[in-house]
Design a binder for this molecule. Structure first.
Ligand code: GDP
Ligand code: ZN
Length: 366
């Protein structure tokens, strides 16, 4: 055994019983080829067609997935199963699949099986509470634990106010100002930086994800995308998602930014991300209160006496609207995929009848 997969977060009980296959973890995804790591080391894998395509409903692997493979010593291994995920980031593909005839709408996964989501935002000009709120919603929804990391602390004289503002919108979440440049605050993250734990990074390009990973690793393992602070714009360096084990045993996954993740189906994360707002809901005098001009509105009162900020309430409403929109879209696509399936089944029946018919014709003929 060259590699102990448990060092990559694998837990032996994940292995289904009675299956003769090798467990592996996906470390990078290319078009049709997967970089995987298993007890024989780093290798490549391809999906077994009958399982993932055609009638198969096996979920396509993504970075961080644990899979089962038929190991091939002399070429690409065959991936035969995606093991159950404990956490995931998904976005839905409204394009290709939905237009397809028989294809169902498969969610497109961005990362899987991570323990912590490091929500990264820089303390300088990029600082945006709304964006952090969105990331928190996504993070809660993923099934992992969010942590807010405020970067570039060295560029700010005083960031206490920013930290407090984030703490207010992130109830129950750790908020850590750090600097990859000076090393400030990085030791405070040690609770999360444990061997076999997987961390995923969420944040816009240029916030300092690669720099933080390098600081955690103690070496230059990711390309830092040098930007001029005066325009805060960065070039894209990370082109494919990847999973890396740092020298201290922590596993990190680098994902593309929020823009690509989208606001798909945020509902499940909303409750946790807005516990403060939820605390006032249902407390209004009228049960059908629209929180506008009604007397005895708990939301309006909370805003009036400063317990709840107007901004926070607006964010909540905005995110609810988007979630609703995504949900409607999802229901639509879901129904459509049901319709497509019914049509496909019908045409299959017709075809098999036709084939049976042809067979019968031949039987008569010969
Ligand atoms: P990524 O796109 O999120 O991976 O960001 P990078 O790590 O590539 O960093 C983007 C830019 O921010 C680079 O110019 C870094 O040198 C700079 N940067 C990253 N972290 C810090 C920090 O803690 N302090 C300062 N002053 N600059 C930083
Ligand atoms: Zn109300």
């Amino acid at each position: 055994m060259i590699v102990d997969l448990t060092d990559y977060g694998f837990i032996p009980t994940m292995m289904p019983e009675g299956v003769n296959a090798v467990p592996a973890r996906v470390t990078a995804v290319h078009k049709e080829r997967y970089e995987i790591i298993c007890e024989y080391g780093q290798t490549f894998g391809r999906l077994k067609a009958g399982i993932y395509y055609g009638d198969g409903y096996e979920s396509f692997p993504t970075v961080g997935d644990f899979v089962l493979i038929q190991y091939n010593f002399s070429g690409d291994s065959l991936i035969i199963k995606t093991l159950e995920r404990k956490s995931k980031f998904a976005r839905n593909d409204f394009s290709g699949h939905a237009a397809g005839f028989v294809k169902t709408v498969k969610e497109q996964l961005v990362a899987a099986n991570f323990d912590y989501v490091f929500i990264m935002a820089s303390l300088n000009r990029d600082f945006n509470l709304k964006r952090i709120e969105r990331y928190l919603t996504l993070a809660w929804q993923s099934g992992a634990i969010p942590v807010v990391v405020l970067t570039k602390a060295d560029l700010m004289e005083d960031f206490a106010e920013n930290v407090r503002a984030v703490e207010k919108i992130a109830p129950g979440v750790g908020v850590y100002p750090v600097s990859a440049k000076t090393g400030y605050g990085i030791d405070k993250l040690s609770d999360y930086l444990k061997p076999r734990k997987t961390i995923v990074f969420l944040g816009s390009s240029g916030v300092g994800k690669s720099s933080l990973v390098n600081a955690l690793a103690g070496e230059e393992i990711m390309a830092v995308n040098e930007i001029r602070e005066d325009d805060s714009r960065g070039r894209h360096t990370t082109t494919h998602r990847q999973l890396i084990k740092l020298p201290n045993g922590v596993i990190v996954i680098d994902t593309p930014g929020m823009r690509e993740l989208g606001m798909w189906d945020v509902n499940t994360g909303l409750d946790e991300a807005f516990t403060d707002v939820k605390g006032y809901l249902g407390k209004c005098r009228f049960s059908d209160c629209r929180h506008k001009t009604e007397p005895g509105c708990a939301i309006k009162e909370a805003i009036a006496n400063g317990e709840l900020s107007e901004e926070r309430w607006k964010s909540y409403q905005q995110i609810m609207r988007e979630a609703k929109f995504a949900e409607n879209k999802s229901v639509f696509l879901h129904d459509k995929s049901k319709r497509d399936k019914a049509i496909a089944q019908f045409s299959k029946q017709i075809n098999s009848k036709r084939r049976a018919g042809n067979q019968a014709d031949r039987d008569v003929f010969y």
